[in-house]
Design a protein around this ligand. Structure first.
Ligand code: PDD
Length: 304
């Protein structure tokens, strides 16, 4: 197998050559999606919001009764070492913790020893065009694996429902699917949180609706406060999206990405709005990232 120079992988805290980075076919993360994960971003080799991400991973593991074999500080040290070992300064860091190996069968109780995997790869944020012009999204009415369960809000690795929603969105030319639950509530993107702006107020759904408490979302809320922009955390519907002045999605990889089309209908004038830009600019101050904002001057990066 050719050596993949772009990846740094560590398994149970040991950096291994990517071509030897394998896990057992009996691992429950492979067999049942029985695992939790995090996606972080390193700007110039510094992982942004490292503690928040590690804390959320530990919370997610707790919600699904996976015992992480190391403490938060050790996990943070292991992923930081993997970031430092990468030849790339700007990377994404995926950390997976599975329930480990057990005798074949669904029962999680015999599992002994969670597995932890860290993958560091060059980041591929959305393109200059995506930021400059905004993207189209498609809403998708569905229920995800953890929705309305005791694991709601955990970043569980079972994304099958969301990835099928994203596939359906991509088929019609959209770049994100917006999940709408059985009660018609707009929850979040397949892998992002969703915001809208209406009459100068920024609105986003509450985490009590079972959405992922996004780290970027939390810094977006802080950005709005820092800019003195009024905020409303409230249930949103498709109609709210259709009637918005601005819509955007947030995630670690995308940061703040303008949405200009929802279900084939333009949002307002079909262009990214000024509040979206101002919030993104303020968000970037939290990351400490240098260089231009992604819509200002971005060497052609690949689509995420
Ligand atoms: N997760 N909601 C869902 C369902 C997500 O998968 C993500 C992103 C978010 C945004 O969370 P954050 O701002 O902490 O990245 C919201 C990672 C990025 C992913 O799956 O790629």
């Amino acid at each position: 197998m050719t050596r993949d120079e772009t990846l740094v992988v560590s398994i149970d805290g040991q950096i291994v050559a990517p071509e030897r980075a394998t896990v057992s076919v009996l691992d429950r993360g492979f067999l049942y999606g029985d695992s939790v994960f995090e996606v972080m971003r390193a700007y110039d080799r510094r992982v942004f919001a490292l503690q928040e991400h590690v804390d959320r991973l530990m919370r997610s593991a707790g919600l699904v009764y996976i015992e992480v074999p190391v403490d938060a500080a050790r996990l943070a040290a292991e992923l930081t070492a993997a970031v430092q070992a990468s030849p790339y300064p700007d990377t994404i860091v995926r950390v997976h913790v599975t329930r480990g190996i057990a005798p074949l069968g669904l029962d999680p109780t015999p599992a002994r020893g969670a597995l932890r995997v860290v993958i560091v790869a060059p980041v591929h944020p959305p393109t200059l065009e995506d930021y400059r012009s905004g993207i189209a999204v498609t809403t998708h009415r569905t229920e995800r694996a953890a929705d309305n369960t005791e694991a709601a809000g955990a970043k569980v690795a079972n994304y099958l429902v969301s990835l099928l929603a994203l596939r359906a969105a991509r088929v019609v030319g959209s770049k994100e699917a917006i999940i709408v639950d059985g009660r018609g509530r707009v929850l979040e993107g397949a892998s992002s949180n969703v915001f809208l702006v209406k009459d100068g107020v920024v609105l986003t759904p509450p985490v009590t609706e079972g959405i992922l408490p996004g780290i970027t979302r939390s810094y977006l809320l802080r950005s709005a406060e820092a800019l003195g922009i009024p905020l409303r955390i409230t249930t949103l519907t498709r109609g709210d999206l259709a009637g918005a002045d601005e819509v955007f999605v947030t995630s670690t990889v995308r940061e703040v990405l303008p949405v200009v089309v929802v279900d084939a209908r333009e949002v307002s004038d079909g262009k990214p709005g000024p509040m979206t830009r101002a919030l993104h600019r303020r968000f970037r101050e939290f990351t400490g990232a240098s260089g231009p904002l992604p819509w200002e001057d971005h060497e052609g990066s690949e689509t995420v």
